[in-house]
Write a protein that binds this ligand. Sequence first.
Ligand code: DX5
Ligand code: ZN
Length: 224
Amino acid sequence: MIKHLVAPSILAANFGNMQRDIEMINDTDADWLHIDIMDGMFVPNISFGADIVKVIKKYSQLPMDVHLMIEKPDRYIQSYRDAGADNISVHYEACTHLHRVIEQIKSTGAKAGVALNPHTPVSLLDDVLEDLDLVILMSVNPGFGGQKFIYQTINKIKQLKEMIIVKNLSTLIEIDGGVGLQNAEVILQAGADVLVAGSSVFHAENPKLAVYALKNLGVKGLYA
Ligand code: DX5
Ligand code: ZN
């Protein structure tokens, strides 16, 4: 069985020491680096743009998992791909012509993902699921790190997993928001493949150990 992936979210890093924090993550078992782009319109917060993603790319050795929380993301797909994004995910709620945007992402050579807000049912992906490399289920309302995991997400993971199995697809299920050691096992048991972890990694006393513990769940005595 393939082991789950862990994607630390750079949003929770120390922005005054980005290089140090990125290099610290290079030296862990992390699989991807999750990068949150916020425009102050689709979500209430603003993070950073493609120029900063280029800088992150310069220091990171991990595939870059770019999560676009922006309106009309079709305007920026190519810029983030050029900045070094390996995966590009857009929000279902931000795309009138979602199928076209998915095609656009794929045409750049990036892996294509769609993110769903907590209130958006997974059944709405039924007609595009086979085109997707990954689905991000938001387990908090997007816009900020450090929020509480919304437990209904567990049911959504199970439903989505069922859809993926029935269609015989290899689409990955990524869970984003409020993920940590306290709920990672339940999330994975429900069928998730990728754990995004911001605060639970970067705000941990020992971030490297936090990544190790998320990657090696069930191994006793690793993490207090
Ligand atoms: C929320 C972002 C998340 C965030 C997760 O809008 O999409 O990726 O960085 O942060 P934590 O793990 O602290 O909830
Ligand atoms: Zn995110």
